[in-house]
Design a protein around this ligand. Structure first.
Ligand SMILES: NC(=O)c1ccc[n+]([C@@H]2O[C@H](COP(=O)([O-])OP(=O)(O)OC[C@H]3O[C@@H](n4cnc5c(N)ncnc54)[C@H](O)[C@@H]3O)[C@@H](O)[C@H]2O)c1
Length: 301
């Protein structure tokens, strides 16, 4: 496999496609944002090939998109990937979108004689840059095996969950439900620690080798909170999207998750305050600010 397509060259898609280029693949990129395409071209990627032509050129096409709406448009839109799907080109969606949409995409692609797996990723922008992503793939094992070497050029742990196309997606939603908990937990614990006079750097050194340790504590503290820089990373809006999908799943499965429900409502409140486009670790700042102002006037959930 030599020619790869990559649609969605954002925080994740750009470094992922950069690793494909480094691995020697010819990569055709596409994004609705010109700046993203420019950055990709500077890395050696090919742009300006219409999406509808990519399935005729590429052996594998990856998508990395921010929402169900964007994925609907890329797959089902006029001249979209489904219309053009063929058994010569494997389509792989690495976005975290709803399990239902992954089922719908698989069905439509298979009806058109094409091949699809849904393979959401974890590991963040750092993992995308350092080629250490975890892939959680659902769908045909045969297709997964064919595409394995290409995914290996972008990640370290490549899992096939099951033949069910949304099995990787659901696995990813469980991952992000836990990320939601850890991120909020770190924000509250660090706010209380600081108010109580602890040094956050020392606290991190101690807890990082204790049971309070987590990869999210490490990520959120070292890369964002300690630097007081909340440029994303993984935006609060994207986390909310994933928590919403997880809550929809809990309703479908008739599983009551009371704390998760409250957690989502709190993140939505943070979004309503205008923090949505910043990294999710910004909730630390929000809780800190909330505690420095009149708590009675404005309650968190
Ligand atoms: N950022 C992370 O840490 C992270 C980690 C794991 C998984 N994810 C998931 O990966 C996906 C992408 O995340 P991201 O952080 O890179 O988001 P992003 O918003 O930075 O990038 C998405 C890109 O898709 C482009 N796009 C939107 N609609 C498009 C369309 N119709 N056609 C072509 N391009 C289009 C946007 O212009 C943007 O460049 C999301 O589903 C997210 O949940 C993100």
């Amino acid at each position: 496999m030599k020619k790869i397509g990559f649609i969605g060259l954002g925080n994740m898609g750009l470094p992922m496609s950069a690793n494909l280029l480094k691995a020697g693949y010819i990569v055709y990129g596409s994004d609705i944002n010109e700046k993203a395409e420019d950055a990709f071209q500077k890395l050696g990627g090919k742009i300006s090939t219409p999406v509808e032509e990519l399935t005729g050129i590429c052996e594998v096409i990856f998508t990395s998109l921010p929402s169900n709406k964007a994925a609907e448009s890329v797959y089902f839109g006029k001249h979209g990937l489904i219309e053009q799907s063929s058994n010569k080109c494997i389509l792989i969606d690495t976005s975290t979108i709803s399990p239902e949409l992954h089922q719908k995409i698989e069905k439509a692609i298979e009806e058109n004689g094409g091949q699809f797996i849904a393979a959401p990723v974890s590991g963040g922008v750092v993992g995308a840059v350092n080629k250490t992503l975890t892939f959680m793939a659902g769908g045909s094992k045969t297709v997964f095996d064919q595409a394995f070497p290409v995914m290996e050029a972008m990640g370290e742990n490549i899992f096939h969950i099951s033949e069910k196309v949304d099995s990787g997606t659901i696995t990813k939603l469980m991952n992000n439900l836990l990320i939601g908990y850890y991120t909020w937990g770190v924000a509250e614990a660090l706010t209380l620690a600081e108010k109580s006079g602890l040094d956050l750097k020392q606290l991190f050194e101690v807890l990082n080798v204790s049971y309070g340790q987590s990869r999210i504590y490490e990520r959120n503290y070292e890369s964002f909170i300690a630097k007081d820089d909340y440029n994303p990373g993984f935006t609060l809006k994207l986390l909310i999207k994933d928590l919403q999908f997880a809550m929809e799943l809990s309703e479908q499965q008739q599983v009551e998750l009371p704390i998760s429900k409250t957690l989502l409502a709190n993140y939505q409140k943070a979004d309503a305050k205008g923090y949505g486009d910043l990294d999710m670790s910004i909730v630390y700042k929000m809780i800190q600010e909330h505690n420095n102002t009149n708590k009675e006037e404005e309650r968190l959930v």
